[in-house]
Design a protein around this ligand. Structure first.
Ligand code: CDP
Ligand code: CDP
Length: 227
């Protein structure tokens, strides 16, 4: 089977990681969650007492740490210097600071180099904010997945409520909108739809519908090999 790469970008809560993982599973491809890598750097910087606004300090942390992504039965596990940080990188503190750290150009350069290496032999589904525009500009399939900010907040709210977190839907919507603004407004590789990406609004779509849509795109781009 011919291997190819799929780039999925878009704002928080659009469904990127959920559908990317499922698409990768269907195709037998590797799933790479690049947001987890920015979260890992953020977690480590906070852990080491580095101010997220101290760009040289955060860059030193990022260049000295080892990040590994390991596919597991419950999704992808994330390790920093051998320690499993899959849970703490999803904390509210990390979420609140990650976009500030992801705006540091030197941090992006380090992580983008790693991401390019991960996709070098193809057969990768990668999700993030700059995959179609910067990391894998030659990806055979590019999707810009979005949904209304209210819908995205509702999805995230359901997740954290299930996990017992205390927040309101309005707070969640505010946090997501703030992160969207930071990600779209930064100088270095802002969140933007690649010119050759397909825009997919999942506001009224189920997860299986989005997965099927992307698989169909893959089939059409590769001459229908993936049935
Ligand atoms: O899952 P969620 O949408 O909350 O975010 P994520 O994919 O885990 O990404 C967390 C943050 O990392 C984003 O809000 C961006 O600031 C940053 N990020 C980025 O700048 N570039 C990427 N390729 C992936 C994530
Ligand atoms: O990775 P991203 O931040 O774009 O979103 P996600 O973490 O994959 O999805 C957030 C939540 O929305 C998950 O619980 C998904 O199951 C859910 N979702 C949904 O209900 N309907 C969709 N069409 C897509 C995602």
């Amino acid at each position: 089977m011919t291997k190819f790469n799929i780039a999925i970008d878009g704002p928080a809560g659009a469904g990127k990681s959920t559908v990317a993982r499922m698409v990768a599973g269907e195709l037998g491809f590797i799933y790479v969650d690049t947001g987890a890598m920015y979260r890992a750097v953020t977690w480590k910087a906070l852990q080491d007492g580095i101010d997220p606004g101290d760009a040289p300090g955060v860059t030193r942390t990022a260049s000295a740490m080892q990040i590994s992504l390991v596919p597991g039965k419950d999704g992808q596990q994330v390790f920093v210097n051998g320690q499993d940080v899959s849970v703490p990188i999803r904390s509210k503190t990390v979420t609140d600071h990650v976009s500030q750290i992801a705006a540091i150009p030197e941090v992006r350069e380090l992580l983008v180099n790693l991401q390019k290496q991960m996709a070098a032999s193809k057969g990768v589904v990668m999700d993030g904010r700059d995959i179609g525009t910067h990391v894998l500009p030659d990806a055979e399939v590019k999707v810009y997945l979005t949904a209304s900010v209210r819908k995205r907040a509702e999805r995230r709210f359901e997740e954290v409520r299930g996990a017992g977190a205390v927040t309101t839907l309005d707070d969640m919507e505010r946090d997501i909108a703030r992160r969207d603004r930071l990600d779209e407004g930064r100088e270095a590789s802002p969140l933007v739809q690649a010119k050759d990406a397909i825009l997919l609004d999942s506001t009224n779509m189920t997860v299986p519908e989005v997965v099927e849509y992307i698989l169909e795109l893959g089939r059409s781009r590769t001459g229908g090999e993936h049935q």
